[in-house]
Design a protein around this ligand. Structure first.
Ligand SMILES: CC(C)(COP(=O)(O)OP(=O)(O)OC[C@H]1O[C@@H](n2cnc3c(N)ncnc32)[C@H](O)[C@@H]1OP(=O)(O)O)[C@@H](O)C(=O)NCCC(=O)NCCS
Length: 290
């Protein structure tokens, strides 16, 4: 647990060195490593440090839900990259997938990082589609909002129907993620909601500090309306900026984002060992949570 904060500093430094070098400016800032700590308690085999003489120089973190192994982070200190450390950490992380019997391997990386993409391709993970991080100032969004067509109802750990959430996840992602719903519902900074059309529950969404995601719907034709409904909710909070991660596979959500004045801030990329999930039915939370 004590290592996680130092590991997060490496991750932030490594992301910002890359995004600044590629002309996007700094992207990351330090946060309490809550999801890392949750994953460490849940399945410690998924977290690995590279150390040299007691100093942390690299970090790999993966989690598993059912068949799915997901690489949440793989980072090497900027001054130690290109020396085989990423390759070694990735081997450790793959051993975690094998140990847990996960048949799908996936991750989200930077669309502008040739090194990470080349590294993953050489290990059998291939590009599937872009994922765009988008954002809009709340004031600008407010001018474009129509009356929401769907309704949000608050989710709590006590009242949540985890079997229903699991069915939505299986149809959107191929795997249930009950432990991750419990993690989000235990996070006081995040609001969880089910999405309703009349009396039918058509999906769920989590919103924290103006950021929308994960959001999942039972059927892709509900995605555009579900996202617009989440935008309406987020626009009524105090957050100055409203943001989300949108799969390039969902035309309706990309159109809804553009219609609401959202701009692409960072292009990312989904890579996986094979096709999985319906990416017109799911918006990731971030590249680590998926
Ligand atoms: C991506 C990262 C973790 C790799 O770690 P690393 O220690 O630098 O990687 P290694 O030296 O072990 O391996 C580099 C591999 O990248 C690949 N690579 C490098 N340049 C490449 C290029 N131009 N085209 C294709 N592949 C390339 C090769 O597979 C190479 O391995 P090889 O030399 O054995 O062929 C590290 O560079 C990093 O932290 N980058 C910034 C943050 C980041 O993008 N992290 C990934 C987030 S998902």
């Amino acid at each position: 647990m004590e290592d996680l904060e130092r590991a997060d500093q490496i991750v932030v430094a490594s992301i910002n060195e890359l995004t600044a070098r590629r002309g996007f400016g700094p992207m990351a800032s330090s946060h309490p490593p809550n999801f890392q700590a949750f994953s460490l308690r849940d399945d410690a085999e998924g977290l690995w440090l590279a150390e040299d003489d007691g100093e942390i120089i690299g970090f790999a973190w993966s989690w598993v839900c059912g068949e799915l192994w997901f690489l949440a982070q793989l980072f090497v200190s900027p001054d130690r990259q290109g020396d085989g450390i990423g390759n070694q950490l990735l081997r450790k992380a793959f051993a975690h997938a094998q140990m847990r019997g996960a048949s799908i391997k996936a991750l989200i990386t930077f669309a502008f990082n040739n090194v990470s993409q080349g590294l993953y391709i050489s290990h059998g993970l291939f590009p599937r589609h872009p994922i765009y991080m988008v954002s809009v100032p709340r004031d600008r969004l407010a001018l474009r909002l129509a009356e929401p067509r769907l309704r949000l109802e608050p989710l709590t750990a006590k009242t949540a129907r985890f079997d229903e959430l699991a069915r939505i996840d299986v149809s959107a992602l191929s795997v249930p993620r009950e432990k991750h719903h419990r993690y989000l519902l235990g996070d006081s900074a995040t609001g969880g909601f089910t999405i309703h059309a009349g009396s039918a529950c058509v999906g769920y969404v989590y919103i924290s500090d103006g950021h929308i995601g994960p959001l999942a719907v039972r059927r892709p034709d509900a995605m555009g309306c579900a996202f617009a409904t989440a935008l309406s909710f987020a626009a009524r909070t105090n957050s100055q900026t409203i943001s989300a991660f949108l799969p390039g596979a969902s035309e309706s959500v990309l159109k809804a984002a553009t219609d609401h004045g959202m701009r692409i801030t960072f292009p990312m990329l989904l890579m996986s060992s094979r096709q999985f999930g319906n990416w017109d039915s799911y918006l990731p939370r971030n590249p680590g949570f998926m």
